[in-house]
Design a binder for this molecule. Structure first.
Ligand SMILES: [Fe+2]
Ligand SMILES: [Fe+2]
Length: 193
């Protein structure tokens, strides 16, 4: 059976109800929020490195920071290419990301790792929902593959955190919950503002 013209067109974007965002709006929101998230991630690791420059975990943190820089570069390019307005909250994430990294690192390298676990868990769920949202858009296969690749690297960061003592931080469950909630609020805001 051959695919009709109508079927081909309908596969490009999913059925839309009145008031639903358009495909363009969905993709713009994804690019905006991912750019913001990766920006914040770089700042968190930079904050941690300012404190942990002599720690045995420095190389690990530098490696994660460098991967976040590549993620940020990719979404910065998407912002320019698609002429998407970046979130107006970047100056806040600049300060808040750094402060979060700095504060957790002051509590010790295990607390820094706990911060990574919390943030990456939130980002994993976030990327997973985007990967699902992008599934119907045939024109956005490359963007979806980028999200899949970056999600995998964020999961590696979470595993690094777990392998390097995150769960041994006093009050780990509370800390993880608080940071994860904060990350989700930041994601929600950056999608919209
Ligand atoms: Fe990232
Ligand atoms: Fe990450």
């Amino acid at each position: 059976m051959t695919t009709s013209k109508f079927q081909k067109k309908s596969m490009k974007s999913p059925a839309r109800l009145p008031g639903d965002p358009t495909a363009k709006q969905i993709v713009e929101r994804i690019v905006r929020v991912d750019h913001a998230g990766e920006y914040g991630a770089v700042r968190i690791y930079e904050g941690q490195l300012a404190v942990l420059s002599k720690s045995s975990k420095r190389i690990l943190i530098e490696h994660m920071r460098d991967q976040e820089k590549i993620h940020l570069k990719t979404f910065s390019e998407q912002i320019s290419k698609r002429k998407v307005r970046p979130t107006a909250l970047l100056p806040i994430w600049h300060a808040a990301g750094y402060a979060l990294g700095l504060t957790t690192a002051f509590l010790g390298d295990k607390a820094a790792m706990a911060c990574t676990v919390a943030v990456e868990e939130a980002i994993d769920e976030h990327y997973a929902s985007q990967i699902k949202a992008l599934e119907p858009f045939e024109d956005e296969v490359t963007l979806r593959e980028t999200c899949i690749k970056f999600r995998q690297e964020e999961l590696e960061h979470r595993d690094v955190g777990l392998e390097h003592g995150a769960e041994k931080t006093p009050g780990f469950a509370f800390m993880k919950g608080a940071i994860k909630t904060g990350s989700k609020i930041a994601i929600w805001l950056s999608t919209r503002i």
